[in-house]
Design a protein around this ligand. Structure first.
Ligand code: IMP
Ligand code: MG
Length: 194
């Protein structure tokens, strides 16, 4: 009898059973970031740019987006907290880690994973604007439609998604699922914990 073939391990299979449905596929994300990178490259032609990533979620977007921007780039990161481990925004933003770089006179692009209520970003924009950058814009992979509590001017938006809690591609629930290559919703059972 033939030995059973060694099964190839499905990618990130450990999280797969928790996903209800894929909202934005890995291919769609990559194509969109390439397009966004092209736009940014054209818009800032002849200049250099400081990308400010909002930890932790933005590290995945930032890594992929940066490789589609054909300009001299610097990187810095900020960590803020508005959620804890729950799925509702509190409106209270705390700076857990501030930037290392001075923003004075620099072209700054904030890179965000997702804009939900917009409260985090609203706070960040005010805070960073006070540091007198030459310009300050935002690139976000996802934006939830019709839930922004404050008017925001976001120059680069990847995808508008419905007002549902999503995970993957940097986004977590209780610090899990960040390494999924796509964005999806969780099955109700997955919120139980464990
Ligand atoms: P906002 O202040 O309500 O806009 O929330 C911004 C932050 O909340 C994002 O940077 C995420 O870290 C987190 N967040 C908002 N919506 C989601 C979601 O659907 N899944 C995971 N994290 C989210
Ligand atoms: Mg975030």
């Amino acid at each position: 009898m033939e030995p059973a073939p060694t099964p190839t391990l499905p990618f990130l299979n450990v999280y797969e059973p928790d996903i209800e449905r894929v909202l934005v596929s890995a291919e769609q994300i990559q194509a969109k970031l390439a397009e966004m990178g092209d736009r940014i490259t054209a818009d800032y032609e002849g200049r250099s740019l400081l990308l400010v990533g909002v930890l932790k979620g933005a590290f995945v977007v930032m890594a992929d987006l940066a490789r589609h921007i054909r300009l001299p780039l610097q990187f810095d990161f900020m960590a803020v907290s508005s959620y804890g481990v729950a799925t509702r925004t509190s409106g209270v933003v705390r700076i857990l880690k501030d930037l290392d770089e001075d923003l004075d006179g620099k072209d700054v692009l904030i890179v965000e994973d997702i804009i939900d209520s917009g409260l985090t970003l609203n706070y960040l924009l005010k805070n960073l604007r006070a540091r007198r950058p030459a310009s300050l814009e935002v690139a976000a992979l996802l934006q939830k439609t019709d839930v922004q509590k404050v008017p925001l001017n976001i120059r680069y938006v990847g995808f508008e998604i419905p007002n549902e809690f999503v995970v993957g591609y940097g986004l977590d629930y209780a610090e899990r699922y960040r390494n999924l290559p796509y964005v999806g919703t969780l099955r109700p059972e997955a919120y139980g914990g464990g």
